[in-house]
Ligand binder design. Structure first.
Ligand SMILES: NC(=O)C1=CN([C@@H]2O[C@H](COP(=O)(O)OP(=O)(O)OC[C@H]3O[C@@H](n4cnc5c(N)ncnc54)[C@H](O)[C@@H]3O)[C@@H](O)[C@H]2O)C=CC1
Ligand SMILES: O=C(O)[C@@H]1CCC=N1
Length: 272
């Protein structure tokens, strides 16, 4: 039997996950979403054919798996409002940054199975990457099901120490935004150099896509892939020397550390 999945708080991340699930063949009749806004409920029900409800409690009562997709700051009050209805046969999956399993379990007021995930928005096109960790109540069968769930919208990595979720957030959850920012800067400069927006976007984005595919599909050191492009005294070398002059390793390390530090502060702020 296909489990029914309720997405509590349909926004960017919930939409990315359920649209990826639908594209991979998950039946719309087994997907519920919640939103407090009537307009959004009508939109998502119409566009995706899923059931949209206003009431989180009703969604939780109807679901086998509950995916908690509200912002970290809203998580406690949202969970506590339906906690009395939590059933032991359910599985709860949180996507929230910086909200630890101990807090989720405490608010759920139960020894129910809880998986903390850190997905990313490319899940929407089946190219997601998700970090996962489960509490001890989660069975091996439930972990296999969760792995398959996230495989249908990309891939996943289980970590065994919850502290690693901070790094996962900096490495894959937030990271698509870094690459968008990089490509935005490239397009901006290409336009400055006289190329039109459409051509610039096509050239830059496909360079990013091609490079990413080679990293994923070719079993060679990434440095080697880079060197294959870098002719001595050629053009690429000059661009890379410019990055080194800006201390690219430090720029990236600073950004990732800022992300990790924020995740740690959130874990403190949103603890039980
Ligand atoms: N956007 C991203 O790339 C990623 C987001 N996340 C996590 O996903 C969660 C959601 O983030 P986004 O989707 O970006 O935010 P969002 O703001 O787009 O979505 C959250 C939704 O929850 C709704 N909501 C708030 N309170 C509610 C309530 N009481 N009942 C029903 N719905 C309610 C809001 O109206 C909103 O539509 C966050 O916890 C974030 O940390 C995790 C990984 C990546
Ligand atoms: O920025 C955020 O807080 C969320 C978590 C990872 C990506 N977006």
């Amino acid at each position: 039997m296909t489990p029914s999945i309720a997405f509590i708080g349909v926004g960017n991340m919930a939409r990315s996950i359920f649209s990826g699930l639908l594209a991979s063949g998950y039946p719309a009749k087994n997907i519920i979403g919640t939103s407090r806004t009537a307009e959004k409920r009508a939109h998502y029900a119409g566009e995706y054919g899923i059931t949209m409800l206003a009431d989180n409690l009703q969604a939780v009562q109807q679901a086998d798996v509950i995916v908690l997709c509200v912002k970290p700051a809203q998580m406690q009050s949202v969970i506590e409002a339906f906690a009395s209805q939590v059933r032991q046969d359910q599985l709860y999956i949180s996507v929230a940054a910086g909200v630890e399993i101990a807090a989720l379990s405490h608010w759920l007021n139960s020894s129910v199975a809880v998986v903390r995930s850190m997905p990313n928005t490319p899940s929407q096109i089946g190219a997601g990457m998700t970090g996962l960790i489960a509490n001890t109540q989660t069975t091996q069968a439930q972990k296999v099901w969760v792995t398959e769930l996230f495989a249908s919208i990309g891939d996943s990595v289980w970590v065994d120490d919850e502290a690693q979720m901070h790094t996962v957030t900096a490495l894959s959850g937030s990271a698509p935004a870094y690459f968008y920012r990089f490509v935005e800067a490239m397009i901006k400069e290409a336009k400055q150099q006289g190329l039109d927006e459409e051509s610039s976007r096509k050239l830059a984005s496909h360079a990013m896509l091609g490079a990413a595919r080679m990293v994923v599909e070719i079993d060679e050191p990434i440095a080697q892939l880079r060197q294959n492009i870098t002719s001595p005294n050629g053009t690429t070398e000059q661009a890379l020397l410019s990055f080194e002059a800006s201390n690219i390793d430090q720029v990236v390390a600073d950004a990732m550390t800022a992300c990790i530090d924020r995740s740690k502060v959130m874990a403190d702020d949103f603890s039980a």
